[in-house]
Design a binder for this molecule. Structure first.
Ligand SMILES: Cc1ncc(COP(=O)(O)O)c(C=O)c1O
Length: 564
């Protein structure tokens, strides 16, 4: 799949040469300067007029941006582009199923939005608490049914859906409002910024918020052990432990089912089991953000409904997990209190639905400010999401996700093989351990442990104890490299758009080029990506070798001179 925008503005041959020299490609200025100049303007040279108008505020803001510029971490909007224009291969958008350019979805949407019996097609006319459009209510009721397993007995709590204008708003709302003073929350260290912001705005004390190592069951167990075991000398921790034991406080565990920067899948069943075991009073809850998994994973009967459904955790809080007697005998119950499905990624819309219990929904309607004090999603968006779910329910998206995951497996295998063949050091570029075959993973581990030089880039990855060499394919693949900008620039020069991700989006030492695959990508696209990465890595390695040789010559001549 190709996206437009930059193609108009660069000469691939020229840029390819530049990229081979490992400089950032220089874009030719677009004809319409006003479109881009605002975002790309240098911050180190404030205009006199702006400095005069903004006074000390301008000085402070400019200093902050100049500091980011100096550290090469200043964010900018990319060049304006149009998804689907045949120029750059898209390895960057979150349009995983390529639905934003799907003629099928477009037709369905246009049919629905122009249907004769549709009275309202524009806007939404206010907050949900002011006007409650029928289309919004119908979408919620529909998605409750589509996204959840039918309850099997009268004791199952029904799942209720409530729409938000964005996944960000939904996470902010949930984590700000639902955990009560005295409750405890533990977060995966890679959890999305919206969850962090919600927790920061919540009424939880600082010592009631803990993180655990990404996807590590051992780390969760350690954090929970510390929380549950009374330390006699520490009255504060003793009171937290007592409250959790007695059930007077609740524990929340926040995870993403598919992590956006690493492409790792959370061990949801294992976490669920652990919570069932450690909290017999049933006061521990799992909150799952399915933003990147929606539309891609699901049980065979309901493809695209997410990982929670795929793993049999969608029966509602407290229901027995899965359907087999053996699992019921284990006493494992569903601890998923809420899950979030967003519409802005694989479903080509925007907005989100949070599925949780009726009580929590009612509480959010009363207290969640991003739900109360905002205009509800506009009708075209609701109709678009409804159309995307049509395609999901009719099985149209299943073949798209099957192709997507097959491409991902192909990319991982081919890249690993080609990097090995070319003897590229993992210090230059490598796949993360969860995508490596066992042999390479072990080699990487021993090489990283024996060298302090590249400890920073490899050790945090290796410490991720979740990393299973047989990780299922996902559409997100980080290419780990301490040099993400030159690699991304090189790929761009070859007509491929894969963005560099650096601190503060990912932790220091975990820089990467993040590759997002799409159903619209072809095998050929993936093969072009692999050869581009290997070509860049070879050139980069040669450059390093040359530099080393020059240093040796200089040191040798200095030593010779000093002897003379
Ligand atoms: C894991 C995760 N959760 C939530 C969000 C926010 O969703 P939205 O884009 O609908 O605001 C994102 C978006 O980047 C995300 O990656």
């Amino acid at each position: 799949m190709r996206t437009g925008g930059v193609s108009r503005t660069f000469n691939p041959v020229l840029l390819s040469q530049k990229a081979r020299g490992y400089t950032t490609p220089v874009m030719k200025k677009t004809e319409n300067k006003s479109q881009t100049s605002l975002h790309n303007e240098s911050t180190s040279t404030p205009s006199l007029r702006e400095t005069y108008q903004l006074g000390s505020l301008g000085t402070t803001l400019r200093a902050a941006l100049a500091s980011r510029e100096a550290r090469s971490i200043k964010r900018r909007l990319p060049e304006p582009s149009v998804l689907g224009k045949q120029s750059l291969i898209d390895f960057t958008s979150n349009d995983y199923l390529s639905l934003s350019t799907s003629p099928l979805l477009r037709t369905r949407f246009l049919q629905k939005i122009t249907a004769k019996d549709r009275v309202q097609i524009l806007g939404s006319a206010g907050s949900r608490l002011l006007v409650n459009p029928d289309a919004h209510d119908r979408l919620e009721r529909r998605l409750e049914n589509v996204l959840s397993r039918p309850s099997r007995n009268e004791f199952d709590t029904p799942q209720v859906g409530i729409l938000f204008n964005s996944g960000f708003d939904a996470n902010m709302s949930f984590f700000t409002c639902i955990p009560q003073p005295g409750d405890v929350i533990i977060l995966d260290e890679y959890i999305h910024a919206s969850v962090w912001d919600g927790v920061r705005a919540s009424r939880l004390a600082q010592d009631c918020v803990k993180t655990f190592e990404h996807n590590s069951i051992e780390s969760i167990r350690t954090v929970l052990d510390r929380l549950l075991n009374v330390i006699p000398s520490d009255t504060r921790s003793a009171s937290i432990a007592e409250r959790l034991h007695s059930g007077s406080s609740s524990l929340f565990v926040a995870v993403e089912s598919l992590y956006s920067m690493d492409g790792t899948l959370a061990p949801l069943r294992e976490i669920n089991k652990l919570l069932s075991q450690l909290f017999p009073r049933k006061n521990a809850y799992l909150i799952v953000d399915e933003a990147h998994a929606t539309g891609i994973y699901g049980p065979p009967s309901r493809p695209g409904c997410g990982r929670v459904s795929q793993l049999g955790l969608d029966g509602g809080l407290g229901s027995h997990v899965g359907v087999t007697m053996r699992e019921m005998d284990d006493g494992e119950e569903c601890r998923v209190l809420a899950r979030l499905h967003t519409f802005g990624k694989a479903l080509a819309g925007s907005g989100a639905i949070l599925l949780t219990t009726p009580l929590l929904t009612s509480y959010l309607i009363n207290y969640a400010r991003p739900l109360i004090y905002t205009t509800a999603l506009a009708h075209p968006n609701v109709v678009l999401v409804d159309s995307a779910f049509d395609l999901m329910v009719e099985g149209e998206t299943e073949q798209l996700s099957t192709h997507l995951l097959a491409l991902s497996a192909h990319l991982a295998n081919l890249l690993q093989t080609e990097l090995e063949k070319a003897r590229i050091s993992p210090e230059i570029v490598c796949l993360p351990p969860h995508l490596l075959s066992p042999t390479l993973s072990r080699n990487l581990e021993s090489s990283s442990l024996s060298s302090n030089d590249h400890h920073d880039i490899s050790s945090p990855l290796l410490s991720s104890s979740s990393s299973s060499p047989l990780h299922p394919p996902t559409p997100i693949m980080p290419l780990l490299t301490p040099h993400p900008r030159p690699l991304s620039a090189f790929l761009l020069a070859l007509g491929m758009n894969a963005r560099p991700i650096t601190w503060p989006t990912v932790p220091r030492g975990k820089e990467r080029v993040r590759v997002c695959l799409h159903s619209g990508n072809t095998k050929k696209d993936v093969e072009a990506l692999v050869s581009g990465v290997v070509e860049w890595a070879r050139g980069w390695t040669e450059q390093i070798e040359e530099k080393k040789e020059k240093n040796v010559v200089v040191v040798d001549s200095l030593q010779t001179q000093s002897k003379l």
